[in-house]
Design a protein. Structure first.
Length: 148
């Protein structure tokens, strides 16, 4: 079997290497990859002026099970990076909001993420990096929709 004959297998292999790199990047910022994803989504929603997302909405966005997001949000709240805008609980919606500490954590992380993912750092020029991003989004969305 040749790697070029099985592109999604090559993607899996690449994902492992990239995940290890991101683990180091986010550790330097005091975050995890999923924690960064939640904080970034909250910041995006806040900038857009939309309502704070629920845990179920976050689970869909960061591609985790709702139970995993619940544990992650509990940790982020305990660390003062996120706050709930209501009591929550079974059947009650509690939106999540980024705190000033959460914004500071994102501000520490973003330069590290940009450095790690810069086209030159991944062996591509800007055009090929944009093309890769577009192709990966297409693959992710296509495979995810086939699972539904």
């Amino acid at each position: 079997m040749h790697d070029e004959d099985v592109p999604l297998w090559e993607l899996v292999r690449t994902a492992h290497v990239v995940a290890r790199g991101f683990h180091r990047v986010f550790a330097r910022a005091g975050l995890t990859a999923t924690g960064f994803g939640v904080l970034a989504e909250l910041a995006d929603r806040d900038r857009a002026g939309g309502p704070p997302p629920s845990q179920a909405e976050l689970a869909r966005v960061v591609l985790l099970r709702p139970q995993s997001v619940g544990e992650l949000v509990t940790d982020l709240v305990a660390r003062g990076l996120v706050r709930r805008d209501g009591p929550g609980g079974r059947g009650r919606r509690a939106g999540l909001e980024l705190t000033d500490e959460g914004r500071a954590a994102l501000e520490r992380a973003w330069p590290l993420v940009r450095e790690f993912t810069a086209p030159g750092a991944i062996g591509l020029d800007a055009g090929r990096a944009a093309e890769l991003t577009a192709m990966l989004r297409t693959v992710r969305e296509t495979v995810a929709s086939a699972e539904e």
